[in-house]
Write a protein of this length. Sequence first.
Length: 284
Amino acid sequence: MSPDERPTTRATGREATLLGMVVDLARGLSADTDVPELLQRLVDSCVELFPATSAGLMLLSEAGVPTVAAASSSDQGQLELLQLLGDQGPCLDCTRTGSPVLVDELAATTGRWPDWSPRALELGARSAYAFPLRLGARTFGALNLFGDRAGILDAADQAAATALADVAAAVVATGRQTRRAEELTGQLQHALESRVVIEQAKGIASVALHVSVDEAFQVLRAHSRSSNRRLADIAADLAAGRLDVRTLGRPRTRPAAARTGRAGAAGSPPPAARTSSPAATTPG
Protein backbone atom coordinates (compact mmCIF):
# COMPACT_ATOMS: atom_id res chain seq x y z
CA MET A 1 0.00 0.00 0.00
CA SER A 2 1.46 3.33 -1.05
CA PRO A 3 1.72 6.20 1.49
CA ASP A 4 -1.08 8.01 -0.34
CA GLU A 5 -3.39 4.99 0.07
CA ARG A 6 -2.80 4.57 3.81
CA PRO A 7 -5.71 5.79 5.98
CA THR A 8 -4.83 9.11 7.55
CA THR A 9 -4.78 9.32 11.35
CA ARG A 10 -4.15 13.04 11.59
CA ALA A 11 -7.12 14.84 13.08
CA THR A 12 -8.55 17.86 11.39
CA GLY A 13 -8.28 21.24 13.11
CA ARG A 14 -11.78 20.95 14.54
CA GLU A 15 -11.26 17.38 15.71
CA ALA A 16 -8.00 18.38 17.37
CA THR A 17 -9.71 21.26 19.18
CA LEU A 18 -12.54 18.98 20.30
CA LEU A 19 -10.11 16.33 21.51
CA GLY A 20 -8.06 18.95 23.35
CA MET A 21 -11.17 20.24 25.10
CA VAL A 22 -12.19 16.74 26.16
CA VAL A 23 -8.69 16.16 27.55
CA ASP A 24 -8.84 19.46 29.47
CA LEU A 25 -12.20 18.52 30.91
CA ALA A 26 -10.93 15.07 31.88
CA ARG A 27 -8.04 16.69 33.71
CA GLY A 28 -10.64 18.73 35.53
CA LEU A 29 -11.62 15.57 37.39
CA SER A 30 -8.55 16.05 39.59
CA ALA A 31 -8.97 17.75 42.95
CA ASP A 32 -6.76 20.78 42.26
CA THR A 33 -8.62 22.06 39.19
CA ASP A 34 -9.95 25.61 38.95
CA VAL A 35 -13.45 24.63 37.82
CA PRO A 36 -14.73 28.17 36.94
CA GLU A 37 -11.67 28.80 34.76
CA LEU A 38 -12.10 25.44 33.04
CA LEU A 39 -15.77 26.14 32.29
CA GLN A 40 -14.82 29.50 30.81
CA ARG A 41 -12.33 27.77 28.51
CA LEU A 42 -15.09 25.37 27.53
CA VAL A 43 -17.49 28.08 26.33
CA ASP A 44 -14.66 29.91 24.56
CA SER A 45 -13.71 26.70 22.74
CA CYS A 46 -17.33 26.06 21.75
CA VAL A 47 -17.28 29.19 19.58
CA GLU A 48 -14.33 27.67 17.71
CA LEU A 49 -15.74 24.15 17.59
CA PHE A 50 -19.25 24.96 16.38
CA PRO A 51 -20.77 27.47 13.95
CA ALA A 52 -22.10 29.44 16.94
CA THR A 53 -21.67 33.15 17.48
CA SER A 54 -21.66 32.79 21.26
CA ALA A 55 -21.76 30.18 24.00
CA GLY A 56 -22.56 30.17 27.68
CA LEU A 57 -22.98 27.90 30.63
CA MET A 58 -25.67 28.01 33.28
CA LEU A 59 -25.27 26.09 36.54
CA LEU A 60 -27.68 25.12 39.27
CA SER A 61 -26.43 25.81 42.77
CA GLU A 62 -26.58 23.16 45.50
CA ALA A 63 -29.95 24.69 46.42
CA GLY A 64 -31.20 24.45 42.82
CA VAL A 65 -30.88 28.15 41.98
CA PRO A 66 -29.69 28.82 38.38
CA THR A 67 -26.73 31.15 37.86
CA VAL A 68 -24.61 32.21 34.89
CA ALA A 69 -21.27 30.43 35.26
CA ALA A 70 -19.52 31.43 32.03
CA ALA A 71 -20.15 33.36 28.80
CA SER A 72 -18.07 33.80 25.66
CA SER A 73 -19.16 37.43 25.19
CA SER A 74 -21.11 40.22 26.86
CA ASP A 75 -24.05 39.60 24.52
CA GLN A 76 -24.07 35.94 25.53
CA GLY A 77 -24.01 36.92 29.17
CA GLN A 78 -26.96 39.21 28.54
CA LEU A 79 -28.88 36.42 26.81
CA GLU A 80 -28.35 34.25 29.87
CA LEU A 81 -29.22 36.98 32.38
CA LEU A 82 -32.42 37.86 30.53
CA GLN A 83 -33.56 34.28 31.01
CA LEU A 84 -32.93 34.49 34.75
CA LEU A 85 -34.71 37.83 35.05
CA GLY A 86 -37.73 36.69 33.03
CA ASP A 87 -37.71 33.13 34.36
CA GLN A 88 -38.01 31.72 30.85
CA GLY A 89 -35.85 30.60 27.94
CA PRO A 90 -34.19 27.53 26.42
CA CYS A 91 -31.38 27.28 28.97
CA LEU A 92 -33.72 27.38 31.93
CA ASP A 93 -36.01 24.80 30.33
CA CYS A 94 -33.01 22.56 29.76
CA THR A 95 -31.78 22.77 33.37
CA ARG A 96 -35.28 22.12 34.70
CA THR A 97 -36.13 19.16 32.49
CA GLY A 98 -32.69 17.65 32.05
CA SER A 99 -33.39 17.31 28.31
CA PRO A 100 -31.82 19.13 25.33
CA VAL A 101 -33.68 22.14 23.98
CA LEU A 102 -32.98 22.53 20.24
CA VAL A 103 -34.36 25.61 18.52
CA ASP A 104 -33.42 25.97 14.86
CA GLU A 105 -35.64 29.02 14.34
CA LEU A 106 -35.84 31.35 17.32
CA ALA A 107 -38.42 33.62 15.68
CA ALA A 108 -40.97 30.82 16.04
CA THR A 109 -40.68 30.73 19.85
CA THR A 110 -42.24 34.08 20.78
CA GLY A 111 -45.29 32.22 22.00
CA ARG A 112 -43.20 29.79 24.06
CA TRP A 113 -41.01 32.49 25.65
CA PRO A 114 -42.93 35.73 25.08
CA ASP A 115 -40.61 37.91 27.16
CA TRP A 116 -37.25 36.41 26.33
CA SER A 117 -37.45 35.53 22.62
CA PRO A 118 -38.10 39.11 21.33
CA ARG A 119 -35.17 40.40 23.38
CA ALA A 120 -32.93 37.60 22.11
CA LEU A 121 -33.88 38.44 18.52
CA GLU A 122 -33.01 42.08 19.16
CA LEU A 123 -29.54 40.95 20.30
CA GLY A 124 -29.06 39.12 17.01
CA ALA A 125 -29.78 35.53 18.04
CA ARG A 126 -31.60 33.44 15.44
CA SER A 127 -31.14 29.92 16.84
CA ALA A 128 -30.52 28.45 20.28
CA TYR A 129 -29.35 25.08 21.57
CA ALA A 130 -29.12 23.99 25.21
CA PHE A 131 -27.49 20.72 26.29
CA PRO A 132 -27.90 19.49 29.87
CA LEU A 133 -24.95 18.93 32.16
CA ARG A 134 -26.34 15.66 33.40
CA LEU A 135 -24.77 12.90 35.44
CA GLY A 136 -27.03 9.99 36.21
CA ALA A 137 -30.39 11.35 37.28
CA ARG A 138 -29.02 14.73 38.35
CA THR A 139 -28.77 17.84 36.17
CA PHE A 140 -26.12 20.40 37.12
CA GLY A 141 -26.85 23.01 34.47
CA ALA A 142 -26.77 23.55 30.71
CA LEU A 143 -24.27 24.30 27.94
CA ASN A 144 -25.86 26.87 25.63
CA LEU A 145 -25.01 27.78 22.04
CA PHE A 146 -26.53 30.63 20.02
CA GLY A 147 -26.29 31.35 16.31
CA ASP A 148 -26.88 34.42 14.17
CA ARG A 149 -28.71 32.30 11.60
CA ALA A 150 -31.22 29.47 11.70
CA GLY A 151 -30.27 25.80 11.99
CA ILE A 152 -26.57 26.20 12.74
CA LEU A 153 -26.04 22.77 14.35
CA ASP A 154 -26.36 19.48 12.51
CA ALA A 155 -26.64 16.06 14.13
CA ALA A 156 -22.86 15.65 14.46
CA ASP A 157 -22.56 19.06 16.12
CA GLN A 158 -25.31 18.19 18.56
CA ALA A 159 -23.66 14.87 19.42
CA ALA A 160 -20.32 16.60 20.06
CA ALA A 161 -21.94 19.29 22.23
CA THR A 162 -23.77 16.61 24.20
CA ALA A 163 -20.49 14.81 24.86
CA LEU A 164 -18.83 18.01 26.09
CA ALA A 165 -21.77 18.74 28.37
CA ASP A 166 -21.61 15.21 29.82
CA VAL A 167 -17.91 15.53 30.67
CA ALA A 168 -18.47 19.03 32.06
CA ALA A 169 -21.16 17.60 34.36
CA ALA A 170 -18.64 15.13 35.77
CA VAL A 171 -16.17 17.98 36.36
CA VAL A 172 -18.78 20.06 38.21
CA ALA A 173 -19.87 17.07 40.31
CA THR A 174 -16.25 16.22 41.21
CA GLY A 175 -15.52 19.82 42.13
CA ARG A 176 -18.48 19.96 44.48
CA GLN A 177 -17.64 16.63 46.08
CA THR A 178 -14.05 17.79 46.60
CA ARG A 179 -15.22 21.04 48.14
CA ARG A 180 -17.58 19.22 50.51
CA ALA A 181 -14.82 16.78 51.45
CA GLU A 182 -12.42 19.65 52.15
CA GLU A 183 -15.03 21.41 54.27
CA LEU A 184 -15.68 18.22 56.24
CA THR A 185 -11.94 17.63 56.71
CA GLY A 186 -11.52 21.20 57.91
CA GLN A 187 -14.37 20.82 60.37
CA LEU A 188 -12.96 17.57 61.73
CA GLN A 189 -9.48 19.06 62.01
CA HIS A 190 -10.86 22.10 63.82
CA ALA A 191 -12.79 19.87 66.21
CA LEU A 192 -9.69 17.82 66.93
CA GLU A 193 -7.55 20.89 67.53
CA SER A 194 -10.21 22.36 69.82
CA ARG A 195 -10.35 19.12 71.80
CA VAL A 196 -6.57 19.13 72.26
CA VAL A 197 -6.62 22.74 73.47
CA ILE A 198 -9.48 22.03 75.89
CA GLU A 199 -7.57 19.09 77.37
CA GLN A 200 -4.52 21.33 77.77
CA ALA A 201 -6.59 24.02 79.48
CA LYS A 202 -8.10 21.45 81.84
CA GLY A 203 -4.60 20.43 82.90
CA ILE A 204 -3.54 24.03 83.46
CA ALA A 205 -6.61 24.81 85.55
CA SER A 206 -6.28 21.58 87.51
CA VAL A 207 -2.70 22.36 88.58
CA ALA A 208 -3.29 26.07 89.24
CA LEU A 209 -6.49 25.59 91.25
CA HIS A 210 -5.40 22.39 93.02
CA VAL A 211 -8.48 20.52 91.88
CA SER A 212 -9.13 17.38 89.88
CA VAL A 213 -9.27 17.43 86.10
CA ASP A 214 -13.03 16.86 86.17
CA GLU A 215 -13.47 19.78 88.56
CA ALA A 216 -11.25 21.93 86.35
CA PHE A 217 -13.52 21.10 83.41
CA GLN A 218 -16.53 22.19 85.46
CA VAL A 219 -14.79 25.52 86.15
CA LEU A 220 -14.12 26.06 82.47
CA ARG A 221 -17.70 25.24 81.52
CA ALA A 222 -19.08 27.52 84.20
CA HIS A 223 -16.87 30.37 82.97
CA SER A 224 -18.03 29.68 79.41
CA ARG A 225 -21.66 30.02 80.41
CA SER A 226 -21.17 33.10 82.58
CA SER A 227 -19.11 34.93 79.95
CA ASN A 228 -21.24 33.72 77.01
CA ARG A 229 -18.14 32.53 75.16
CA ARG A 230 -17.31 29.26 73.47
CA LEU A 231 -15.49 26.75 75.62
CA ALA A 232 -12.86 26.26 72.91
CA ASP A 233 -12.11 30.01 72.83
CA ILE A 234 -11.69 30.17 76.61
CA ALA A 235 -9.43 27.14 76.52
CA ALA A 236 -7.32 28.69 73.76
CA ASP A 237 -6.93 31.92 75.74
CA LEU A 238 -5.96 30.02 78.87
CA ALA A 239 -3.44 27.85 77.01
CA ALA A 240 -1.91 30.90 75.30
CA GLY A 241 -1.66 32.87 78.55
CA ARG A 242 -4.24 35.46 77.52
CA LEU A 243 -6.55 34.48 80.37
CA ASP A 244 -5.58 34.51 84.06
CA VAL A 245 -6.55 31.18 85.57
CA ARG A 246 -7.35 32.95 88.86
CA THR A 247 -10.31 34.68 87.22
CA LEU A 248 -12.01 31.35 86.59
CA GLY A 249 -13.14 30.89 90.19
CA ARG A 250 -13.47 27.64 92.06
CA PRO A 251 -15.56 24.55 91.36
CA ARG A 252 -18.96 24.71 92.93
CA THR A 253 -19.44 22.32 95.83
CA ARG A 254 -22.43 21.60 98.02
CA PRO A 255 -22.29 22.62 101.66
CA ALA A 256 -21.12 19.83 103.97
CA ALA A 257 -24.23 20.15 106.10
CA ALA A 258 -26.38 19.58 103.06
CA ARG A 259 -24.39 16.52 102.12
CA THR A 260 -24.44 15.02 105.65
CA GLY A 261 -28.03 16.01 106.14
CA ARG A 262 -29.01 14.16 103.02
CA ALA A 263 -26.90 11.18 104.03
CA GLY A 264 -28.34 11.24 107.57
CA ALA A 265 -31.82 11.42 106.27
CA ALA A 266 -31.12 8.48 104.07
CA GLY A 267 -29.44 6.44 106.84
CA SER A 268 -31.65 7.26 109.83
CA PRO A 269 -33.87 4.54 111.08
CA PRO A 270 -37.51 4.72 110.10
CA PRO A 271 -39.92 6.13 112.62
CA ALA A 272 -41.23 3.66 115.10
CA ALA A 273 -44.18 1.81 113.79
CA ARG A 274 -47.42 2.39 115.48
CA THR A 275 -48.38 -0.38 117.83
CA SER A 276 -51.95 -1.04 118.58
CA SER A 277 -52.98 -0.97 122.20
CA PRO A 278 -53.56 -4.33 123.79
CA ALA A 279 -56.98 -5.64 123.06
CA ALA A 280 -59.39 -5.02 125.86
CA THR A 281 -60.30 -8.15 127.70
CA THR A 282 -63.85 -8.95 128.20
CA PRO A 283 -64.62 -9.69 131.83
CA GLY A 284 -65.25 -13.31 132.30
